[in-house]
Design a protein around this ligand. Structure first.
Ligand code: ATP
Ligand code: MG
Length: 328
Protein backbone atom coordinates (compact mmCIF):
# COMPACT_ATOMS: atom_id res chain seq x y z
CA UNK A 1 0.00 0.00 0.00
CA UNK A 2 1.46 3.32 -1.02
CA UNK A 3 0.52 6.66 0.55
CA UNK A 4 1.28 10.06 -0.95
CA UNK A 5 0.50 13.60 0.15
CA UNK A 6 1.85 17.10 -0.35
CA UNK A 7 1.87 20.21 1.79
CA UNK A 8 2.53 23.81 0.79
CA UNK A 9 5.49 25.78 2.12
CA UNK A 10 3.43 28.97 2.17
CA UNK A 11 4.32 30.45 5.52
CA UNK A 12 3.43 28.95 8.86
CA UNK A 13 1.38 25.79 9.16
CA UNK A 14 -1.63 25.77 11.46
CA UNK A 15 -3.79 23.57 13.66
CA UNK A 16 -6.00 22.62 10.67
CA UNK A 17 -2.99 21.32 8.74
CA UNK A 18 -1.77 19.49 11.81
CA UNK A 19 -5.06 17.77 12.65
CA UNK A 20 -6.38 17.33 9.11
CA UNK A 21 -3.17 16.26 7.42
CA UNK A 22 0.13 16.08 9.33
CA UNK A 23 -1.12 13.70 12.02
CA UNK A 24 -2.31 11.37 9.29
CA UNK A 25 1.08 11.58 7.57
CA UNK A 26 2.79 10.43 10.74
CA UNK A 27 0.35 7.59 11.22
CA UNK A 28 0.71 6.56 7.55
CA UNK A 29 4.35 5.63 8.12
CA UNK A 30 3.17 2.60 10.04
CA UNK A 31 0.55 1.54 7.52
CA UNK A 32 2.30 1.58 4.18
CA UNK A 33 5.05 2.99 2.01
CA UNK A 34 4.66 6.66 2.83
CA UNK A 35 5.82 9.47 0.50
CA UNK A 36 5.46 13.15 1.43
CA UNK A 37 6.34 16.22 -0.52
CA UNK A 38 6.78 19.91 0.25
CA UNK A 39 5.12 21.45 -2.78
CA UNK A 40 7.03 24.61 -3.63
CA UNK A 41 5.80 24.51 -7.25
CA UNK A 42 2.27 24.92 -5.93
CA UNK A 43 3.27 27.84 -3.70
CA UNK A 44 4.30 29.97 -6.71
CA UNK A 45 0.75 30.04 -8.14
CA UNK A 46 -0.28 32.91 -5.84
CA UNK A 47 1.55 36.11 -4.85
CA UNK A 48 4.71 35.16 -2.91
CA UNK A 49 8.20 36.35 -2.05
CA UNK A 50 10.89 34.44 -4.01
CA UNK A 51 13.55 35.32 -1.42
CA UNK A 52 11.48 33.79 1.36
CA UNK A 53 10.38 30.61 -0.42
CA UNK A 54 13.52 28.47 0.14
CA UNK A 55 13.35 29.23 3.85
CA UNK A 56 9.67 28.38 3.97
CA UNK A 57 10.45 24.97 2.48
CA UNK A 58 12.89 24.42 5.36
CA UNK A 59 10.28 25.66 7.87
CA UNK A 60 7.69 23.21 6.62
CA UNK A 61 10.18 20.34 6.40
CA UNK A 62 11.38 20.99 9.97
CA UNK A 63 7.76 21.09 11.09
CA UNK A 64 7.03 17.71 9.50
CA UNK A 65 10.12 16.20 11.11
CA UNK A 66 9.15 17.73 14.45
CA UNK A 67 5.68 16.23 14.14
CA UNK A 68 7.18 12.77 13.77
CA UNK A 69 8.02 12.10 10.13
CA UNK A 70 11.08 9.88 10.11
CA UNK A 71 13.20 9.76 6.91
CA UNK A 72 13.99 6.14 7.75
CA UNK A 73 10.28 5.30 7.57
CA UNK A 74 9.08 7.59 4.76
CA UNK A 75 10.29 9.49 1.72
CA UNK A 76 10.27 13.23 2.38
CA UNK A 77 11.30 15.59 -0.41
CA UNK A 78 10.89 18.96 -2.14
CA UNK A 79 8.63 18.87 -5.18
CA UNK A 80 10.83 21.04 -7.42
CA UNK A 81 13.78 18.64 -6.92
CA UNK A 82 11.92 16.00 -8.93
CA UNK A 83 11.41 17.39 -12.45
CA UNK A 84 9.12 14.52 -13.32
CA UNK A 85 6.28 16.34 -11.50
CA UNK A 86 5.94 19.28 -13.90
CA UNK A 87 6.63 17.04 -16.88
CA UNK A 88 3.87 14.63 -15.90
CA UNK A 89 1.53 17.54 -15.18
CA UNK A 90 1.90 18.73 -18.75
CA UNK A 91 1.29 15.23 -20.12
CA UNK A 92 -1.79 14.78 -17.92
CA UNK A 93 -3.09 18.13 -19.10
CA UNK A 94 -3.94 16.29 -22.33
CA UNK A 95 -6.50 14.12 -20.51
CA UNK A 96 -7.89 16.82 -18.17
CA UNK A 97 -11.21 18.46 -19.01
CA UNK A 98 -11.04 22.25 -19.04
CA UNK A 99 -14.62 22.27 -17.77
CA UNK A 100 -13.58 20.23 -14.73
CA UNK A 101 -10.84 22.69 -13.82
CA UNK A 102 -13.39 25.48 -14.15
CA UNK A 103 -15.49 23.87 -11.43
CA UNK A 104 -12.76 23.66 -8.79
CA UNK A 105 -13.76 25.50 -5.59
CA UNK A 106 -10.18 26.19 -4.62
CA UNK A 107 -9.51 28.07 -7.85
CA UNK A 108 -12.62 30.16 -7.34
CA UNK A 109 -11.76 30.99 -3.72
CA UNK A 110 -8.09 31.71 -4.32
CA UNK A 111 -8.54 33.65 -7.55
CA UNK A 112 -11.11 35.88 -5.85
CA UNK A 113 -8.47 36.76 -3.24
CA UNK A 114 -5.69 37.71 -5.70
CA UNK A 115 -5.19 41.46 -5.83
CA UNK A 116 -3.07 41.45 -8.97
CA UNK A 117 -2.46 38.55 -11.30
CA UNK A 118 -4.69 35.49 -11.39
CA UNK A 119 -2.12 33.08 -12.76
CA UNK A 120 -2.78 30.29 -15.22
CA UNK A 121 -0.73 28.23 -12.76
CA UNK A 122 -3.45 28.63 -10.15
CA UNK A 123 -5.95 27.28 -12.68
CA UNK A 124 -3.67 24.36 -13.63
CA UNK A 125 -2.78 23.61 -9.99
CA UNK A 126 -5.04 20.53 -9.67
CA UNK A 127 -3.30 18.92 -12.67
CA UNK A 128 0.11 19.32 -11.02
CA UNK A 129 -1.42 17.90 -7.86
CA UNK A 130 -2.70 14.92 -9.87
CA UNK A 131 0.81 14.44 -11.26
CA UNK A 132 2.28 14.54 -7.74
CA UNK A 133 0.15 11.59 -6.68
CA UNK A 134 -0.07 9.63 -9.92
CA UNK A 135 3.73 9.73 -10.45
CA UNK A 136 4.03 7.41 -7.43
CA UNK A 137 1.06 5.21 -8.29
CA UNK A 138 -0.20 5.93 -4.78
CA UNK A 139 -3.26 4.10 -3.45
CA UNK A 140 -4.15 6.56 -0.74
CA UNK A 141 -4.00 10.34 -0.34
CA UNK A 142 -4.36 11.67 3.23
CA UNK A 143 -5.83 15.21 3.04
CA UNK A 144 -8.26 17.58 4.71
CA UNK A 145 -11.83 17.99 3.53
CA UNK A 146 -11.00 20.96 1.27
CA UNK A 147 -9.01 18.64 -1.02
CA UNK A 148 -11.87 16.20 -1.67
CA UNK A 149 -12.64 17.71 -5.08
CA UNK A 150 -9.01 17.67 -6.19
CA UNK A 151 -8.67 13.98 -5.33
CA UNK A 152 -11.86 13.28 -7.29
CA UNK A 153 -10.33 15.07 -10.25
CA UNK A 154 -7.07 13.10 -10.12
CA UNK A 155 -9.12 9.90 -10.10
CA UNK A 156 -10.94 11.07 -13.24
CA UNK A 157 -7.63 11.96 -14.87
CA UNK A 158 -6.14 8.53 -14.09
CA UNK A 159 -9.26 6.74 -15.35
CA UNK A 160 -9.35 8.76 -18.56
CA UNK A 161 -5.65 8.17 -19.13
CA UNK A 162 -5.99 4.41 -18.66
CA UNK A 163 -9.00 4.30 -20.96
CA UNK A 164 -7.32 6.23 -23.71
CA UNK A 165 -3.71 4.97 -23.48
CA UNK A 166 -3.98 1.63 -21.69
CA UNK A 167 -3.72 0.57 -18.01
CA UNK A 168 -0.79 2.64 -16.73
CA UNK A 169 -1.83 4.68 -13.69
CA UNK A 170 -3.23 3.71 -10.29
CA UNK A 171 -6.55 5.36 -9.37
CA UNK A 172 -6.03 6.72 -5.82
CA UNK A 173 -8.47 7.12 -2.90
CA UNK A 174 -8.62 10.02 -0.50
CA UNK A 175 -8.26 9.48 3.22
CA UNK A 176 -10.09 12.27 5.01
CA UNK A 177 -10.43 12.10 8.83
CA UNK A 178 -13.99 11.79 10.15
CA UNK A 179 -13.57 14.57 12.68
CA UNK A 180 -11.19 17.50 12.28
CA UNK A 181 -11.01 17.46 8.48
CA UNK A 182 -12.13 21.08 8.34
CA UNK A 183 -10.97 23.24 11.22
CA UNK A 184 -12.46 26.70 10.88
CA UNK A 185 -10.86 30.14 11.36
CA UNK A 186 -11.43 31.33 14.94
CA UNK A 187 -12.34 34.84 13.80
CA UNK A 188 -14.37 33.80 10.73
CA UNK A 189 -15.86 30.39 11.55
CA UNK A 190 -17.54 30.22 8.15
CA UNK A 191 -14.09 29.87 6.51
CA UNK A 192 -11.51 27.12 6.90
CA UNK A 193 -8.33 27.93 8.78
CA UNK A 194 -5.87 28.68 5.99
CA UNK A 195 -2.17 29.30 5.42
CA UNK A 196 -2.58 31.98 2.79
CA UNK A 197 -5.93 33.58 3.63
CA UNK A 198 -4.88 33.81 7.25
CA UNK A 199 -6.38 36.20 9.71
CA UNK A 200 -3.55 36.26 12.24
CA UNK A 201 -5.90 36.20 15.24
CA UNK A 202 -8.10 33.48 13.78
CA UNK A 203 -5.28 31.06 13.00
CA UNK A 204 -3.61 28.84 15.60
CA UNK A 205 -0.10 28.25 14.33
CA UNK A 206 1.76 25.09 15.31
CA UNK A 207 4.59 27.30 16.61
CA UNK A 208 2.39 29.63 18.67
CA UNK A 209 3.33 29.63 22.36
CA UNK A 210 0.95 28.95 25.21
CA UNK A 211 0.06 32.60 25.82
CA UNK A 212 -0.67 33.28 22.17
CA UNK A 213 -2.87 30.20 21.90
CA UNK A 214 -4.79 31.15 25.06
CA UNK A 215 -5.33 34.68 23.77
CA UNK A 216 -6.53 33.58 20.34
CA UNK A 217 -8.92 30.97 21.76
CA UNK A 218 -10.28 33.45 24.32
CA UNK A 219 -11.07 35.95 21.58
CA UNK A 220 -12.54 33.33 19.21
CA UNK A 221 -15.80 34.57 17.72
CA UNK A 222 -18.82 32.93 19.33
CA UNK A 223 -22.55 33.62 19.46
CA UNK A 224 -24.07 35.65 22.28
CA UNK A 225 -25.49 32.58 24.05
CA UNK A 226 -23.76 30.47 26.68
CA UNK A 227 -24.61 26.90 25.69
CA UNK A 228 -21.73 24.62 24.70
CA UNK A 229 -23.41 22.65 21.92
CA UNK A 230 -23.10 22.25 18.18
CA UNK A 231 -25.66 23.98 15.98
CA UNK A 232 -25.72 25.53 12.51
CA UNK A 233 -26.21 28.98 14.03
CA UNK A 234 -23.27 28.40 16.41
CA UNK A 235 -20.35 27.86 13.98
CA UNK A 236 -17.72 29.28 16.37
CA UNK A 237 -18.64 27.07 19.33
CA UNK A 238 -19.21 24.08 17.04
CA UNK A 239 -15.67 24.48 15.70
CA UNK A 240 -14.15 24.60 19.19
CA UNK A 241 -16.17 21.53 20.24
CA UNK A 242 -14.77 19.69 17.24
CA UNK A 243 -11.21 20.77 18.07
CA UNK A 244 -11.53 19.58 21.66
CA UNK A 245 -13.18 16.31 20.71
CA UNK A 246 -10.57 15.44 18.09
CA UNK A 247 -7.63 16.22 20.37
CA UNK A 248 -9.09 14.23 23.25
CA UNK A 249 -10.25 11.46 20.92
CA UNK A 250 -13.79 11.56 22.32
CA UNK A 251 -17.17 12.11 20.66
CA UNK A 252 -18.39 15.73 20.35
CA UNK A 253 -21.42 14.72 22.47
CA UNK A 254 -19.06 13.91 25.34
CA UNK A 255 -17.60 17.42 25.14
CA UNK A 256 -21.09 18.95 25.09
CA UNK A 257 -22.07 16.87 28.12
CA UNK A 258 -18.97 17.80 30.08
CA UNK A 259 -19.39 21.56 29.58
CA UNK A 260 -23.17 21.66 29.86
CA UNK A 261 -24.00 24.66 32.04
CA UNK A 262 -20.37 25.80 32.46
CA UNK A 263 -20.48 28.73 30.02
CA UNK A 264 -17.97 29.71 27.36
CA UNK A 265 -15.14 30.86 29.66
CA UNK A 266 -14.32 27.48 31.22
CA UNK A 267 -14.85 25.76 27.89
CA UNK A 268 -12.45 28.04 26.01
CA UNK A 269 -9.87 27.57 28.75
CA UNK A 270 -10.09 23.79 28.28
CA UNK A 271 -9.73 24.16 24.50
CA UNK A 272 -6.65 26.38 24.91
CA UNK A 273 -5.08 23.89 27.35
CA UNK A 274 -5.65 20.93 25.04
CA UNK A 275 -4.36 22.75 21.95
CA UNK A 276 -1.26 23.82 23.89
CA UNK A 277 -0.72 20.25 25.10
CA UNK A 278 -0.98 18.97 21.55
CA UNK A 279 1.26 21.53 19.87
CA UNK A 280 3.89 22.34 22.53
CA UNK A 281 6.02 19.20 21.97
CA UNK A 282 5.98 19.79 18.20
CA UNK A 283 6.90 23.44 18.70
CA UNK A 284 9.81 22.56 21.00
CA UNK A 285 11.19 19.96 18.63
CA UNK A 286 10.75 22.37 15.70
CA UNK A 287 12.78 25.04 17.47
CA UNK A 288 15.54 22.48 18.02
CA UNK A 289 15.59 21.21 14.43
CA UNK A 290 15.04 24.37 12.39
CA UNK A 291 18.47 26.00 12.90
CA UNK A 292 20.37 23.09 11.31
CA UNK A 293 19.57 23.92 7.70
CA UNK A 294 22.23 21.62 6.30
CA UNK A 295 20.70 18.65 8.07
CA UNK A 296 17.26 19.53 6.70
CA UNK A 297 18.68 19.92 3.19
CA UNK A 298 20.34 16.52 3.48
CA UNK A 299 16.99 14.95 4.34
CA UNK A 300 15.37 16.62 1.31
CA UNK A 301 18.15 15.64 -1.07
CA UNK A 302 18.14 12.01 0.00
CA UNK A 303 14.33 11.99 -0.25
CA UNK A 304 14.41 13.47 -3.76
CA UNK A 305 16.77 10.78 -4.94
CA UNK A 306 14.44 8.03 -3.76
CA UNK A 307 11.38 9.84 -5.13
CA UNK A 308 13.01 10.34 -8.53
CA UNK A 309 13.68 6.64 -8.88
CA UNK A 310 9.94 5.92 -8.61
CA UNK A 311 8.59 8.91 -10.53
CA UNK A 312 10.98 8.56 -13.48
CA UNK A 313 9.78 5.05 -14.10
CA UNK A 314 6.13 6.13 -14.20
CA UNK A 315 6.84 9.10 -16.45
CA UNK A 316 8.80 6.91 -18.87
CA UNK A 317 5.80 4.58 -19.13
CA UNK A 318 3.39 7.49 -19.54
CA UNK A 319 5.52 9.01 -22.31
CA UNK A 320 5.75 5.73 -24.09
CA UNK A 321 1.99 5.04 -23.77
CA UNK A 322 1.29 8.50 -25.19
CA UNK A 323 3.75 8.15 -28.04
CA UNK A 324 5.84 11.07 -26.78
CA UNK A 325 9.58 10.89 -27.50
CA UNK A 326 11.55 8.32 -29.47
CA UNK A 327 9.53 5.20 -30.17
CA UNK A 328 12.39 2.70 -30.03
P1 ATP B 1 -4.06 27.35 1.57
O1 ATP B 1 -5.28 27.80 2.30
O2 ATP B 1 -3.19 28.42 1.10
O3 ATP B 1 -4.36 26.32 0.51
P2 ATP B 1 -3.63 25.36 3.51
O4 ATP B 1 -3.73 25.82 4.90
O5 ATP B 1 -4.78 24.66 2.88
O6 ATP B 1 -3.18 26.59 2.64
P3 ATP B 1 -2.02 23.32 2.35
O7 ATP B 1 -0.55 23.12 2.42
O8 ATP B 1 -2.66 23.67 1.07
O9 ATP B 1 -2.34 24.44 3.44
O10 ATP B 1 -2.74 22.03 2.93
C1 ATP B 1 -2.04 20.96 3.55
C2 ATP B 1 -3.04 19.96 4.05
O11 ATP B 1 -3.79 20.51 5.15
C3 ATP B 1 -4.08 19.54 3.01
O12 ATP B 1 -4.25 18.14 3.10
C4 ATP B 1 -5.33 20.24 3.43
O13 ATP B 1 -6.49 19.54 3.06
C5 ATP B 1 -5.18 20.28 4.94
N1 ATP B 1 -5.91 21.41 5.54
C6 ATP B 1 -5.79 22.69 5.18
N2 ATP B 1 -6.58 23.49 5.92
C7 ATP B 1 -7.25 22.66 6.77
C8 ATP B 1 -8.22 22.90 7.78
N3 ATP B 1 -8.64 24.12 8.06
N4 ATP B 1 -8.69 21.82 8.48
C9 ATP B 1 -8.24 20.57 8.21
N5 ATP B 1 -7.32 20.29 7.25
C10 ATP B 1 -6.82 21.32 6.52
MG1 MG C 1 -4.73 24.22 0.73
Amino acid sequence: MRIFSGIQPTGRKHLGNYIGAIRQYVEGQGRGEAIYCVVDLHAITVAYDPRALPGHVLDTTAMLLAAGLDPARCILFRQSDVREHPELAWLLGAVTAHGDLNRMHQFRDKSARQRELISAGLFFYPVLQAADVLAYRADEVPVGDDQRQHVELMRDIALRFNERFGETLVVPHHRIPEVGARIMDLQAPDQKMSTTAASEQGTLYVIDDQRTIAKKVRSAVTDSGSEVRRAPDKPGISNLIEVLSVIRGVAPEAVEGEFDGHGYGAFKQAVADEVTGLLAPVRERYLELRPDERAIERVLEAGAERARAIASETVAEVRSAMGVGAGL
